[in-house]
Design a protein around this ligand. Structure first.
Ligand code: BG6
Length: 476
C-alpha cells in the first residue's frame, strides 16, 4: 500500500511572510504589511486596534521579511534539491492589483509570479497556489470596509480571472482562502475587518464570511471553466477538539467547537449552509444578506479537495475549574494534561492529526491535502552556523507516521503534504523571525538584522530522504 505514487511532497509559505519587497514592482499596501511585531500585534490582527499604515513606533517585519522577492531562484533551487514535488505559495493580491479595484492588473506583479512558477517547473515542482493568504489591499479596506462589502466579490473575481488565464498550464492546484475560519479569530489579518466602536462583530464576520464563500464558489467555477485540469481546494485551520472529560456536556461542547470551524468547509465542500449553523446564527440574531443565485452558486461549485493546516489538537471543558489554558494557532485552548507543548505553548499531538484526517474524510469523502504542519522553534546555529534541529525532525517524523497510519490503516485518501515554513519566515501569529519552522535557516532576527544568507539545517537532508523514499524512511 503506502502513499500515492504521485504523492505531492513539499513545503509551504505565504507571500507576506517571506517575500518582503512590500513596495517593489508596483505592489500596493496590504493589511498584512501593517501588522507589527510586539504587544500591539494581537489587538491589531483581531480588528480591535486600528493600524492602516506604518508608524515610527513599530517595526513591521513583513516589509522585508526574508526577501524572497529577490532570492526566489536560490530558494527554489534548494527546494528542488530536497526533491519537492510541490511548493505551496501565495500570490500577493496587491502585486497584481495594487489598489484592488483597478480594471487592469499590474504587469510587473504578474510577470514576477510567472517567472517564479517557471522556476519551479525547472525542478519538476508543481506550484500549489493560495489565492489569498490573509492579504487584502489596504485601499479595499479603507474604501469598502474589506469583506463586509459585497463589492469584494467582484474584485476577487477579477483577480481570479486574471491569474487563472495568465497561469494556465503553469498552475493547476489552487486554494481559494487560507484558513478561512480565521475570520472568526483574527478578522483584520484574515479578512481586513476592523471594527468600529459598538459594531456588531459577529454580524460583520458572518456577512464577510458569506462574501468569501460566494467568492470562493465563483473562483472554483472560473478555474474549472478556464482549464478543466484545474483542481481547487478549500483550506481550514484544523485541529480536532477533545472534550476534557466524558461528561456529556463536555462532549457536546467539543462538537459545537468543531462545528464552528467546519461550518466554512461544510459550505465549500457540501455546497450548502448546514442546519446547525443556520440555527445558531438565528439564535444569535445574525442575519446574512444574500442575493438571488448565491445558494445555487454555492451548491454548484463545490471544491475538489479539502486542504488544511494542522499543528495541534484542542480541548474544551464546561467546568470553570478546568481553566488552565495554553497557546495555539492564534487562539488559546484548555491545556491537555497528556501532551507536551512547543516553546510557544502549542500542544504536540501527532495522533490528533490522524483523528483530524479521519474526521475530515468521514465528513466530506473528498481527497485531503495537508498544506501546513510543523514545529515553530528557536534554532541555535553552532559555531559553523549549522542547526542540528533534531527536535523538528522528531516532531515531523511523528506526524508523518500518524499521517501514514491514517492513509494505510484507515483508508484516508491524501494528495500530499507540505510542511509549513519550509524556509524560515516571519511568524503570522507573533511577527517573530525567532519562531522558525524551516529546513533552511535564514540569517535574520526579530529586529531585522542579519545577512539573509540561507543555510541547510539537519532536517534538510532528513526531509530529502523522506521524500526520496516516498515516506517509507522516517528514520534520523
Ligand atoms: C497558519 C497560517 O495559521 O499557521 C500561517 O496559515 C502561519 O500563515 C502558521 O504562519 C503558523 O503560525 P505562526 O503563528 O507560528 O506563524
Amino acid at each position: 500500500m503506502g502513499l500515492r505514487k504521485d504523492f505531492l511532497w513539499g513545503g509551504a509559505t505565504a507571500a507576506n511572510q517571506c517575500e518582503g519587497g512590500y513596495n517593489k514592482g508596483g505592489r500596493g499596501l496590504a493589511n498584512v504589511d501593517v501588522v507589527p511585531i510586539g504587544e500591539d500585534r494581537f489587538p491589531i490582527i483581531a480588528g480591535k486596534q486600528k493600524m492602516f499604515d506604518f508608524d515610527d513606533e513599530h517595526f513591521y517585519p513583513a516589509k522585508e521579511a526574508i526577501d524572497m522577492y529577490d532570492h526566489y531562484k536560490e530558494d527554489i533551487a534548494l527546494f528542488g534539491e530536497m526533491g519537492f514535488k510541490t511548493y505551496r505559495l501565495s500570490i500577493a493580491w496587491s502585486r497584481i492589483f495594487p489598489m484592488g479595484d483597478e480594471a487592469e492588473p499590474n504587469e510587473e506583479g504578474l510577470q514576477f509570479y510567472e517567472d517564479l512558477f517557471k522556476e519551479c517547473h525547472k525542478y519538476g515542482i508543481e506550484p500549489l497556489v493560495t489565492i489569498t493568504h490573509f492579504d487584502c489591499p489596504m485601499h479595499l479596506i479603507e474604501k469598502y470596509g474589506a469583506w463586509r462589502s459585497r463589492e469584494m466579490i467582484g474584485f476577487y473575481e477579477n483577480l481570479c480571472n486574471v491569474i487563472f488565464r495568465r497561469y494556465k498550464g503553469l498552475v493547476k492546484y489552487w486554494l481559494t482562502f487560507n484558513e478561512i475560519n480565521m475570520i472568526l479569530h483574527a478578522p483584520f489579518m484574515g479578512a481586513g475587518l476592523y471594527f468600529e466602536e459598538g459594531e456588531n462583530e459577529e454580524q460583520a464576520k458572518y456577512q464577510a464570511a458569506h462574501h468569501e464563500l460566494v467568492a470562493s464558489a465563483i473562483a472554483t467555477r472560473i478555474a474549472h471553466e478556464v482549464d478543466p485540469e484545474n483542481q481547487v481546494g478549500c483550506m481550514l485551520a484544523a485541529g480536532h477538539y477533545y472534550p476534557y472529560s466524558c461528561k456529556p456536556e463536555d462532549v457536546f461542547k467539543a462538537q459545537e467547537a468543531d462545528r464552528e470551524n467546519y461550518f466554512f468547509i461544510d459550505v465549500q465542500s457540501r455546497g450548502e449552509y448546514p442546519a446547525y449553523a443556520l440555527k445558531k446564527l438565528e439564535r444569535e440574531g445574525v442575519t446574512i444578506q444574500m442575493e438571488d443565485g448565491d445558494l445555487e452558486l454555492l451548491k454548484e461549485n463545490t471544491v475538489d479537495f479539502i486542504s488544511f493546516s494542522y499543528y495541534s489538537s484542542r480541548v474544551v471543558s464546561t467546568d470553570p475549574k478546568v481553566n488552565e489554558t495554553t497557546s495555539g494557532n492564534i487562539f488559546a485552548s484548555v491545556k491537555n494534561p497528556y501532551l507536551e507543548v512547543s516553546e510557544w505553548g502549542w500542544q504536540i499531538d501527532p495522533l490528533g492529526l490522524r483523528t483530524t484526517m479521519n474526521s475530515l474524510y468521514d465528513r466530506y469523502q473528498k481527497p485531503l491535502f495537508i498544506v501546513e504542519n510543523g514545529l515553530g522553534a528557536i534554532d541555535e546555529p553552532d559555531e559553523n552556523g549549522y542547526v542540528a534541529d533534531d527536535y523538528r525532525i522528531d516532531y515531523l517524523a511523528a506526524h508523518l507516521q500518524a499521517m501514514k497510519d491514517a492513509v494505510e490503516l484507515d483508508g484516508v485518501d491524501l494528495m500530499g503534504y507540505t510542511s509549513w515554513g519550509c524556509i524560515d519566515l516571519v511568524s503570522a501569529g507573533t511577527g517573530e523571525m525567532k519562531k522558525r519552522y524551516g529546513f533552511i535557516y535564514v540569517d535574520r532576527d526579530n529586529e531585522g538584522n542579519g545577512t539573509l544568507a540561507r543555510s541547510k539545517k539537519k532536517s534538510f537532508d532528513w526531509y530529502k530522504k523522506v521524500i526520496a523514499s516516498n515516506g517509507e524512511d522516517l528514520s534520523v
